[in-house]
Design a protein around this ligand. Structure first.
Ligand SMILES: *[C@@H]1O[C@H](CO)[C@@H](O)[C@H](O)[C@H]1NC(C)=O
Ligand SMILES: *[C@@H]1O[C@H](CO)[C@@H](O)[C@H](O)[C@H]1NC(C)=O
Ligand SMILES: *[C@@H]1O[C@H](CO)[C@@H](O)[C@H](O)[C@H]1NC(C)=O
Ligand SMILES: *[C@@H]1O[C@H](CO)[C@@H](O)[C@H](O)[C@H]1NC(C)=O
Ligand SMILES: *[C@@H]1O[C@H](CO)[C@@H](O)[C@H](O)[C@H]1NC(C)=O
Length: 355
């Protein structure tokens, strides 16, 4: 009798350990909570849904909407990335403005709302707007100083970039470099900032924008065979996501900053598009995002960055009905009523199903 009870208890503990360890220890996937829609649920419902029904522990928003910041108050375990709108960048390059923005927009919500990053603008280099680009790093510096002066620790400052920051000849991955004219002038000082302030470099890789008829499976993480061999490093690539992230890493390393952390601030795949679009649909979106979640949480990193983990934010939490095109309206993991468009292994119930 005793032996039997002990054995059952031991087995029970073993099973519990097997179930809980891989998840609690290794969930690095977040979502972008975009709100270009007129049918989304109120922020407090969204916060409650994410907390109680999903394993999502990072949420990125495209503004500093006070209603959203308040809604995530007390949601232990979920941390936010808030975004400064591009149009505010020039004024925030002045320290007094950065300090008042911080006092008005962020400090009232601390510490009940957990804020991890302030993203200064979104894909600013891609705007080609010289005023914005010229004020970007000064605004990042001012906000970092403002945080320091307010004695805030635990929030770091960054800015997400599109892959357009790389020069056209960034294939194979080891040849990745920043666009000429931007490398020394923009990225060297920016990476110096990241290295000094221990903040990550944020990039938005989208294999969806990079695939062709021959490379759809490679883009979806569905190739079993090696698809690209980097002739310089002899490393094998089986998916385009790794190749894109490694190209960014090569560009950073070329400037001496290979140790700066990388955060994947956006990536995703639409579940619907125009009728004439190929590679767009539910099964493709489910494949890309599902494989992405597994890949990121495996902790195996990329060929050039083995075993490095990149916090990765899927675009997007919801389908957004006011975006301009059908495909842009259909990046969401969820419909506005919280029903999943498809499941990618982020629901709490998935833990049970996987074992
Ligand atoms: C650049 O951005 C600033 C700030 O948003 C804006 O006022 C200006 O009109 C933009 N310039 C161009 C050429 O678009
Ligand atoms: C920050 O901390 C310093 C020393 O600990 C203190 O003198 C200062 O008043 C604090 N500033 C704020 C804004 O809390
Ligand atoms: C790359 O794949 C080839 C097979 O296609 C294999 O022979 C080679 O050992 C692999 N290289 C590495 C570094 O894993
Ligand atoms: C990055 O920062 C470390 C100190 O944390 C320093 O040793 C290193 O030289 C810096 N890298 C560059 C390229 O400046
Ligand atoms: C697809 O259809 C849209 C209109 O629905 C059209 O504007 C676009 O040019 C078409 N693209 C191709 C590649 O045929």
């Amino acid at each position: 009798m005793m032996m039997g009870t002990k054995l059952v208890t031991l087995l029970f503990i073993l099973i519990l350990t097997l179930i809980s360890v891989p998840f609690s220890a290794a969930f690095h996937v977040g979502v972008n909570y975009g709100t270009v829609a007129n049918n989304l649920p109120p922020p407090h419902q969204v916060a409650n849904f994410l907390k109680t029904k999903t394993n999502i522990n990072h949420v990125k928003i495209f503004d500093a909407n006070p209603e959203i910041l308040a809604a995530f108050s007390g949601t232990t375990g979920i941390s936010l990335t808030v975004t400064v709108p591009n149009s505010d960048i020039p004024s925030l390059s002045k320290l007094p403005k950065a300090r008042s923005w911080l006092s008005n927009s962020i400090l009232p919500f601390l510490p009940e709302t957990s804020i991890r990053y302030i993203a200064v603008g979104n894909e600013v280099i891609a705007t080609s707007n010289k005023t914005l680009i010229g004020h970007l790093l000064p605004a990042m510096e001012s906000l970092a100083s403002a945080l320091h002066l307010a004695n805030v620790t635990g929030i770091s400052v960054s800015t997400p970039h599109s892959l357009g920051i790389l020069s056209g000849s960034s294939e194979p991955p080891s040849s990745g470099k920043f666009r000429e004219g931007y490398d020394k002038a923009i990225f060297a000082p920016m990476l110096n900032f990241h290295n000094r302030t221990k903040s990550p470099f944020m990039v938005n890789p989208y294999p969806y924008f990079g695939f062709g008829p021959e490379t759809l499976n490679y883009a979806l993480f569905n190739s079993i065979d090696v698809v690209v061999v980097d002739p310089v490093t002899k490393l094998n690539y089986t998916n385009m996501f790794d190749a894109q992230v490694d190209a960014v890493y090569s560009a950073m390393k070329r400037l001496g900053y290979g140790d700066v952390d990388i955060v994947v601030a956006e990536t995703g795949w639409p579940s619907a598009g125009e009728t004439n679009q190929t590679g767009v649909g539910l099964e493709y979106a489910a494949a890309y995002n599902g494989n992405l979640v597994k890949h990121v949480n495996s902790g195996k990193g990329t060929p050039l960055m083995p075993n490095r983990v990149f916090e990765t934010y899927i675009f997007s939490l919801f389908n957004e009905n006011l975006k301009p095109s059908v495909s842009e309206q259909n990046y969401g993991l969820f419909k506005p009523d919280f029903t999943p468009v498809y499941d990618v292994g982020i629901m709490k119930t998935d833990q049970v199903r996987l074992y």
